[in-house]
Structures are given as structure tokens and as C-alpha cells.
Design a protein around this ligand. Structure first.
Ligand SMILES: *[C@@H]1O[C@H](CO)[C@@H](O)[C@H](O)[C@H]1NC(C)=O
Ligand SMILES: *[C@@H]1O[C@H](CO)[C@@H](O)[C@H](O)[C@H]1NC(C)=O
Ligand SMILES: *[C@@H]1O[C@H](CO)[C@@H](O)[C@H](O)[C@H]1NC(C)=O
Ligand SMILES: *[C@@H]1O[C@H](CO)[C@@H](O)[C@H](O)[C@H]1NC(C)=O
Ligand SMILES: *[C@@H]1O[C@H](CO)[C@@H](O)[C@H](O)[C@H]1NC(C)=O
Ligand SMILES: *[C@@H]1O[C@H](CO)[C@@H](O)[C@H](O)[C@H]1NC(C)=O
Length: 347
């Protein structure tokens, strides 16, 4: 009996050790909430309770995440890593977090993100990447994030954002894009078109303010008229087989192609194409002028034809009346004018 008790208490102690709480954290078992914030941590604490659902790691000095960093807490739904020193995330850092819904990475030093990084987070609903130094986001994520509703990348160094990336977030409702280095050239047309649709469908965004070129500096991307956009030049033909499609010029309303890797011609850099208020409006004015001139010429011709017709009719009528009158007068002097005309006509 004593031995059994000892064994039981031993097991309990062991369980507590296994399911214990890391030194610098506070664990609230009923809600599976673990708070390790503001502890000066340089890395993810070991022996986190495996059933942890919410993990607060904000306000620490964690500077990197190894692959499978959260392997020990597979049930995590909310992960707060804001205000750390993260600059380097292993591409598989979040692997295994099948249930993660909220990921907060704001106020770190991230420079870029790989598409693989988020492949493992199918349930994500909120992703906050604001206040980092991100200058490049992946073009697409492969699989769509069906449930992502909040996507925040404000206060970064982004110059462009591919429409295709946003297409992979069909449920997004809140989009934070402000305070980046948006380069409002043809490569941002895809974003503009996407945002117009997004806002029309009730989405909310804090806006895209152009940072370059000088022509559009400080202007709202959504307020630059469509007329001033030109499609990007087609990407340089790839040496790979079946590259014939890439030769076709892309339409202004299609996906924006990526900037060419290289350009042999000695002209202006095609990837730098900026929509300038030059050719389109001139063409438009020309077209309008042509239409007006054509209209006037047609109108004048019509009037002339009408005049000719009226003249012809009147002449015919007068001639007929003259002849009829003579005929009527010589034959039946007592008839009325109408009758005379009627009688005249067959003559
Ligand atoms: C960020 O974390 C540090 C501690 O690492 C803290 O002193 C600072 O107040 C935090 N900043 C914000 C904006 O919360
Ligand atoms: C993350 O932590 C900050 C405090 O640093 C807090 O304001 C914010 O609400 C937290 N976000 C999440 C998703 O828990
Ligand atoms: C992330 O944390 C910051 C504070 O550090 C907070 O202001 C922000 O709302 C959080 N983002 C989300 C999506 O909860
Ligand atoms: C999106 O959310 C719904 C409802 O919570 C869930 O059933 C579905 O599995 C989620 N989608 C993905 C890809 O996880
Ligand atoms: C990130 O950007 C801020 C200002 O935008 C700058 O002060 C800081 O040095 C940058 N950090 C890195 C790691 O580039
Ligand atoms: C670009 O073209 C130049 C020659 O015009 C060549 O030297 C260079 O290697 C090319 N760069 C790439 C990335 O193909």
C-alpha cells in the first residue's frame, strides 16, 4: 500500500515535471495559456506544456527560430512573437503548427519571407508582419489561405506586392499596407486592380501611398487614373522550352509580370516603366478630335442631302403645279387647287 502511494506520487511528480512550466513563464492550465513575455528570453523555452494553445513570447530578445521551433506545442492556436529581434526564420520554423490561427510577428527585424515559411499554417486567420524591414514578399504561397482574414504588412520596406499573393487570401477583410516604399510603376497595377475589387466587396485597407517615382510621390495609388497605366513590358524570353507564351505582351488588366532578369536593348530599363501621362491621353485626344471631325463632316453631308432633297421635291412640286395649272386652266376652269394638283400628277 505504501509502495503504491509512493509510486503514485512519483508518477505525479514526473507528470508535473514533464507537463511543467518553464522557469520564466507563467502557465494557466485550465485555458492552456502560457505567458513568457518580457523575460529577456533569447530563445524559445524548452519544456513548454504540450497542450499549450496560447503562447505569449512578446517583448523578449529572441533573434532566430530554428526549424520545427514549436514542435513541442502542436496545439498552438495563438502565437505572439511581437517586439523581439527576429531577423532570421528557418523556412520550416512553423512546421507542425496545423492549428495556428493567430501569428503576431510585429516589431521584429525581418528582411524577407520565404513562401515555404507559411505553407505549414493552413488554419491561419490573422498574420501580423507590421513594423519589420521586409522588402520582399513571396509572389504566391502555393496553397490558398482559405481562412486568413487579417493581413498586416504596414511599416516595412515593400516596393511592390504581387496581385497573385493577395489572390491566395480569398477571405481577407482587413489589409494593412501603409508606410512602405511603394513604387507606383506598372508593377503595382495588379495591386491597384485587386484593391479596387477588394474595396468594392467591402474590404478595409489603410491605403497605399506611393513613395516613388517622384511624379506620384505622396499620391494614393487608388487615385491615380487607369489611363496613366501602361502594361509592363513582357518579361525577357526564358531559354526554357515553351517560352513562346512569354513573348506575348500582357494586357493591362491581366496579371502583372515579374520584372525581367536581364534586358539586352540599350533603351531605358523596361522594368522601370513608370506610368507617365504621355501617350494614352494624346491618343485619346486624337481619337476624340477624329470623331468630332467625322461627325461634323457627316452632319454637313446629311444637311446638304436634306437640302437637295427638299429642293428637288419643291422643284418637282412647283413644276407639277405649273404644268397641272396650265392643264387644269385650259380644261376645267372651276376646279379647286387640290383637285387640280391631284389631276395634274398623272400627267
Ligand atoms: C519591447 O520589449 C522591450 C523588452 O525587451 C521593452 O522594454 C519595450 O518596452 C518593448 N516595446 C514595446 C513597444 O512594447
Ligand atoms: C501580442 O502582444 C501585444 C503586446 O506586446 C498585445 O498588444 C497583442 O494584443 C498581442 N497579440 C496577440 C495576437 O496576442
Ligand atoms: C500584434 O501585436 C501588436 C502589439 O505588439 C498589436 O498592436 C497588434 O494588434 C497585434 N496584431 C494582431 C493581428 O493581433
Ligand atoms: C477554415 O475554417 C473552417 C471553419 O472554422 C474550417 O472548417 C476549415 O477547415 C478551415 N480551413 C482550413 C483550410 O483549415
Ligand atoms: C530596419 O529599419 C529601421 C528603420 O526603418 C532601421 O533603423 C534598422 O536599422 C533596420 N534594421 C535592419 C536589421 O536592417
Ligand atoms: C545580363 O546581360 C549581360 C550582358 O548583356 C550579361 O553579362 C549578364 O550576365 C546578364 N545577367 C544575367 C542575370 O543574365
Amino acid at each position: 500500500m505504501k509502495g503504491e502511494l509512493l509510486l503514485l506520487s512519483g508518477v505525479t511528480v514526473l507528470l508535473q515535471a514533464v507537463h511543467g512550466c518553464p522557469d520564466k513563464c507563467r502557465c494557466h492550465s485550465p485555458t492552456n495559456f502560457v505567458d513568457c513575455s518580457q523575460q529577456g528570453l533569447a530563445e524559445i523555452p524548452s519544456n513548454l506544456p504540450p497542450q499549450t494553445r496560447t503562447l505569449h513570447l512578446q517583448d523578449n530578445q529572441i533573434h532566430q527560430l530554428p526549424a520545427f521551433a514549436f514542435r513541442s506545442v502542436p496545439w498552438l492556436t495563438t502565437l505572439n512573437l511581437s517586439n523581439n529581434s527576429l531577423s532570421n526564420l528557418a523556412p520550416q520554423a512553423f512546421n507542425g503548427l496545423q492549428h495556428l490561427q493567430v501569428l503576431n510577428l510585429t516589431q521584429n527585424s525581418l528582411l524577407f519571407l520565404e513562401s515555404r515559411l507559411f505553407h505549414s499554417l493552413p488554419q491561419l486567420r490573422e498574420l501580423d508582419l507590421s513594423s519589420n524591414n521586409i522588402s520582399h514578399l513571396p509572389t504566391s504561397l502555393g496553397k490558398p489561405w482559405e481562412n486568413l482574414t487579417i493581413f498586416a504588412v504596414q511599416q516595412n520596406q515593400l516596393q511592390q506586392l504581387d496581385g497573385a499573393l493577395l489572390e491566395s487570401m480569398p477571405s481577407v477583410r482587413l489589409l494593412f499596407l501603409k508606410d512602405n516604399l511603394w513604387k507606383c510603376n506598372c508593377h503595382l497595377l495588379g495591386l491597384k486592380l485587386w484593391l479596387e475589387k477588394f474595396i468594392y466587396k467591402g474590404g478595409i485597407t489603410d491605403g497605399v501611398i506611393c513613395s516613388s517615382p517622384d511624379t506620384w510621390k505622396g499620391k494614393d495609388l487608388l487615385k491615380i487614373p487607369h489611363d496613366l497605366y501602361q502594361p509592363c513590358p513582357p518579361p525577357a524570353p526564358a531559354p526554357a522550352p515553351g517560352s513562346s507564351q512569354t513573348q506575348q505582351p500582357s494586357s493591362a488588366h491581366g496579371a502583372v509580370p515579374r520584372p525581367p532578369e536581364n534586358h539586352s536593348s540599350g533603351e531605358r530599363d523596361p522594368s522601370e516603366c513608370e506610368f507617365k501621362p504621355k501617350p494614352r491621353p494624346a491618343n485619346l485626344r486624337h481619337a476624340i478630335a477624329t470623331i468630332i471631325v467625322t461627325g461634323v463632316v457627316c452632319g454637313v453631308l446629311c444637311l446638304m442631302m436634306l437640302a437637295a432633297a427638299i429642293y428637288g421635291c419643291t422643284y418637282a412640286a412647283i413644276t407639277a403645279q405649273y404644268h397641272g395649272g396650265c392643264w387644269a386652266q385650259t380644261n376645267e376652269p372651276g376646279k379647286t387647287e387640290g383637285k387640280e394638283l391631284f389631276d395634274c400628277s398623272p400627267a
